[in-house]
Design a binder for this molecule. Sequence first.
Ligand SMILES: *[C@@H]1O[C@H](CO)[C@@H](O)[C@H](O)[C@H]1NC(C)=O
Length: 131
Amino acid sequence: MHSFGYRANALLTFALTILALMCAMASFSDNLNSPSPSAEIQILNINWFQRHPDGNDEVSLTLNITADLQSLFTWNTKQVFVFVAAEYETPKNSLNQVSLWDGIIPAKEHAKFWIQTPNKYRLIDQVLQSF
Ligand SMILES: *[C@@H]1O[C@H](CO)[C@@H](O)[C@H](O)[C@H]1NC(C)=O
């Protein structure tokens, strides 16, 4: 005769094995998704350009951002953080990276969008040499 403890142990072991298998399958299924996000950015306007008293240049742009990020969303995606960064080279720095805009996409329904916006973060170029 199998005791109650033995049966409970067998049931629990079986349940946990199934659970582990399902977790493994769910985790693996995420690898089958090959996302193909696309985005396009146009500069619609240069709103203003100014030189600061310290010599640095600042520009304000109007951007037209079009993106289709729907393929990034799977059952395993909570949200998508998206940002636009300007990268450019100057004699002083071989790589300048300035974040211009960002956003959080909370759901697949919002992942295909276009937005016309001025740069959210200031684009200031470091001109002066600091000795
Ligand atoms: C901005 O992009 C959208 C989508 O590509 C386009 O329909 C729209 O005409 C663009 N706006 C301007 C002012 O170019």
